[in-house]
Design a protein around this ligand. Structure first.
Ligand code: GLY
Length: 372
């Protein structure tokens, strides 16, 4: 099996068409979820998903060179900076917010204000590190010792800051947290825990919590996507094969548990009646983009397995879950699941699903500027 790529020019052409319409439909909104009416909401700017729409805009700008995308993307990092100085609820997800805004803006345009904002966010994230337990604290309201798998994706902000500022402290923190993920979040079989609780004083491991998964022993599919992609990134930044093997372990579990149409259910162990559980297209899109990273770092046939899996997921999303026939729908993908145990945002469109679909299709068409 070679590493040649299938032609993903068709979904790219459809995305470029969709992007023009989304630009008009979205206006100044900060989209998070679109329900049955197909209209994206307008979330507050410190909500963890606020970077994804600007991220789509920066990718579209990078692919097309069209100024309209740059103009629409330009002001987001400044909005976040302003919000950071006011009453706010920013937390460990500043990576999801500042990588697709300040950091990519600085990479593409050299803007010095964007650089300052990216480094400010990295300092904020580094400040959440707990020395005793070697983990990044997740949220603000929940327990001091809670750490979550999603943070694995935010580590790229710290690795970027280390490279950009030539200050290894950021990378030391990122690696220490990544080691904790390998030790306490990724199980032997490649399934992944969502929340792990540590004693914030001693760092002692206290146990797993189900969180957005079905339970402490379940296998939340988006958590697996965050893990496989984040671990591949940790390898890319450090060259430490432990992270690559961890990413592969999760990827193998993810691929082996996909249903026949290659788009995951919201939790691979949701119930006995898995076929009737909701899908999570956002997990599929994020995992596909992460699998493309794995494919690019692994040689020969080993990498091809992940490339082919990513292509199968993306082909199914393109043919079975995209809104190409619904031009007035704000979103790109349907059938995503946000937080099933809380009964929130089930069978909806989620902006991060759209983002990772755009990112993955862009990668398959030769896009090289990385955001995560
Ligand atoms: N980072 C929260 C989620 O994946 O829903």
């Amino acid at each position: 099996m070679g590493k040649e790529r299938n032609n993903f020019a068709e979904p790219l052409a459809m995305l470029l068409d969709k992007g023009e319409r989304m630009l008009l439909q979205m206006g100044d909104k900060s989209p998070h979820v679109a329900k049955a009416d197909g209209v994206y909401d307008d979330m507050r700017h410190d909500w963890w998903t606020s970077g994804f729409w600007p991220g789509i805009l920066w990718i579209l700008y990078d692919l097309t060179g069209k100024e309209q995308y740059k103009e629409a993307a330009w002001g987001w990092d400044e909005k976040f900076e302003r919000k950071m100085m006011q009453d706010n609820n920013f937390h460990h997800d500043v990576g999801f917010q500042f990588l697709p805004t300040a950091v990519i803006k600085h990479k593409l345009t050299g803007d010095p204000d964007a650089l300052r904002r990216g480094l400010f966010a990295a300092n904020f994230l580094a400040g959440r590190y707990n020395l005793a337990g070697r983990f990044l604290r997740a949220w603000n309201q929940e327990k001091l010792g809670w750490s979550i798998i999603d943070s694995t994706m935010n580590l790229s902000l710290l690795f970027w800051a280390a490279e950009t500022s030539n200050d290894p402290r950021f990378a030391h923190i990122a690696k220490a947290h990544a080691d904790t993920v390998v030790e306490h979040f990724i199980r032997e079989d490649g399934s992944v825990r969502h929340i792990v609780n540590f004693d914030p004083e001693t760092g002692e491991y206290l146990g797993a919590i189900g969180g957005q998964g079905a339970g402490p022993d379940s296998a939340w599919s988006r958590g697996a996507a965050w893990a496989l992609y984040g671990m591949a990134n940790a390898y890319t930044y450090t060259g430490d094969e432990k992270y690559m093997r961890a990413s592969q372990r999760v990827a193998n579990f993810f691929i082996a548990n996909l249903p026949s149409d290659d788009v995951p259910h919201w939790d691979f162990r949701a119930s006995e009646d898995l076929e009737n559980e909701p899908r999570d297209t956002s997990a599929g899109a994020c995992a596909a983009s992460g699998l493309l990273e794995l494919a690019s770092i692994l040689p020969g046939n080993e990498g091809s397995v992940y490339l082919r899996a990513a292509e199968r997921i993306l082909t199914s999303l393109h043919h079975n879950y995209a809104t190409w026939d619904l031009p007035s729908h704000d979103a790109i993908l349907v059938q995503a699941t946000g937080h099933k145990p809380a009964g929130e945002n089930v069978d909806v469109s989620l902006i991060y699903g759209d983002y990772f679909f755009v990112e993955a299709i862009a990668k398959l068409n030769g896009w090289k500027s990385r955001i995560f």
